[in-house]
Write a protein that binds this ligand. Structure first.
Ligand code: UGA
Length: 439
């Protein structure tokens, strides 16, 4: 099989590389010449564990190609994935101009039957717009090439994307013809060996599935954050409550970890977009509106604890921050709670030294030299009045508390991810605050 993947961002690059990994001939296309040149030189635009090696292996094998030339690459493809960005507009709705421009480009160039698949997260109704765009482009050139559109949302987690792609829980595909179903079944066959299903459905349902999945996960997190805050007030321990409810299979153990709010490029954007789509269609997503406002408030919880600890006297304090990315194993800073926390610290007159294993270059784009960046987690602690643990990188999980105590000016830890044992830290003489546990 031969496929094209348009857009070499996170989704496109992982998708293209993983299809190449199972032997499919893949061309990844981008309009950004620099990005394509870099990819030819093995330089990736994103950090994702294992991806660099996989890209170079498949380039060497001659089944993964990079190009800026859509018209060339699209010829003879069985499937063309549209995986370009859908940045949120001012009002929160997804901006489809890149998706539709690619659809037009495909329509201007295909010369035989092809399934055109939306892979980017797009609102319900987008595949229909893609179809219209293609039809118009074909009409303009007087061509009568058959094609189908399909919707194939991705469920990749940053930091675990390759595994999620190669061993998916499920593959959701919205189609409107048997021919498209056959092509998509053939394409995904190598990924179905572990018994997980490919679920075919109508196109609007596939488009909605993506938003419903992310919104449900965001709801679990906001709900647990709400419960955690109440636990603190009532003297309960949310870690115990989490274990108590998680063992009920109907609730499940995953995505019920309280923290400092969800971030990243997906949950905040998709929750907003679904609220907006509903509004535009005369429906009020009440639960999701609450999910969003709980999340906004949760990003301030760690700062509020610090402020209470120092009785509001934060000016001149030196604060160490461990972790900047919105979650471990990524350098993604989009909607990262660290940004809200650090802005609050700076506004309160603190100085900040941060350390993150991979996200510091990315963080510098928004934080610049308003904070200091340490070369490792211990350097960040020198003369610190407090440590805020913001991202639960494995590097921070079992630190040498003895060394930490010697480096810090005041032994105060504010743990936004509940990775330490309150009892152990107390015994070592630390003041310890976490989420949802009265300490
Ligand atoms: C999320 C979904 O998990 C993927 O299935 C989906 O494909 C992806 O969005 C997408 O739409 O592209 P991702 O944003 O990479 O993936 O990150 P997650 O691992 O889901 O974490 C999201 C946020 O929730 C992080 O800020 C994390 O710290 C937070 N979180 C997660 C919690 O606060 N508690 C939890 O129990 C789990």
């Amino acid at each position: 099989m031969k496929i094209a993947v348009v857009g070499t961002g996170y989704v496109g690059l992982v998708t293209g590389t993983c299809f190449a990994e199972v032997g499919i001939d893949v061309t990844c296309i981008d309009i950004d010449q620099k990005k394509i040149d870099n990819l030819h030189n093995g330089i990736l635009p994103i950090y994702e564990p294992g991806l660099e090696e996989m890209v170079s292996r498949n380039v060497e094998k001659g089944r993964l190609h990079f190009s800026t030339n859509l018209s060339e690459a699209i010829k003879g493809c069985d499937v063309a994935f549209i995986a370009v960005g859908t940045p949120p507009g001012e009002d929160g709705s997804a901006d489809l101009k890149y998706v539709l421009a690619v659809a037009r480009g495909i329509g201007e160039n295909i010369d035989e039957y092809c399934v055109v698949v939306t892979k980017s997260t797009v609102p319900v109704g987008t595949a229909a717009k893609v179809r219209t765009e293609l039809e118009q482009a074909l009409q303009k050139r007087g061509a009568s090439v058959e094609f189908d559109v399909a919707s194939n949302p991705e469920f990749l987690k940053e930091g675990a994307a390759i595994d999620d792609f190669l061993k998916p829980d499920r593959i959701v595909v919205g189609i409107s013809s048997e021919r498209a179903e056959e092509v998509m079944t053939k394409l995904y066959k190598p990924f179905l060996l572990n018994g997980h299903p490919i679920i075919f459905m109508d196109i609007p349902s596939a488009e909605m599935t993506k938003y419903a999945a992310n919104s449900m996960l965001a709801t679990k997190i906001s709900f647990m954050n709400d419960v955690a805050n109440l636990c603190e007030i009532m003297g309960a321990d949310v870690n115990m409550v989490r274990r108590g409810i998680g063992s009920d299979a109907r609730i499940g153990t995953k995505f019920i970890y309280p923290g400092i709010g969800y971030g990243g490029s997906c949950f905040p954007k998709d929750v907003k977009a679904l609220i907006k789509t509903a509004q535009e269609n005369g429906y009020d997503m009440q639960v999701l509106r609450a999910v969003e406002s709980v999340n906004d408030a949760q990003k301030s919880v760690l700062f509020d604890k610090l402020s209470r600890h120092f009785q509001g006297e934060l000016r001149g304090l030196h604060i160490a921050v461990w972790g900047l990315s919105f979650k471990p194993k990524t350098d993604d800073m989009r909607e990262a709670p660290s940004l809200v926390i650090i802005e609050k610290l700076l506004a309160a007159g603190c100085t900040v030294t941060a350390y993150d294993p991979v996200a510091m270059p990315e963080a510098k784009h928004s934080l610049g030299d308003r904070i200091a960046y340490a070369k490792d987690e211990f350097e960040a602690l020198i003369d610190a009045d407090a440590l805020l643990v913001v991202t639960e990188w494995p590097d921070f999980r079992v630190p040498n508390f003895g060394v930490m105590a010697r480096l810090m000016k005041q032994k105060a830890i504010f743990d936004g991810r509940n990775i330490y044992e309150a009892k152990e830290l107390k015994e070592l003489g630390f003041t310890y605050h976490c989420i949802g546990v009265k300490t």
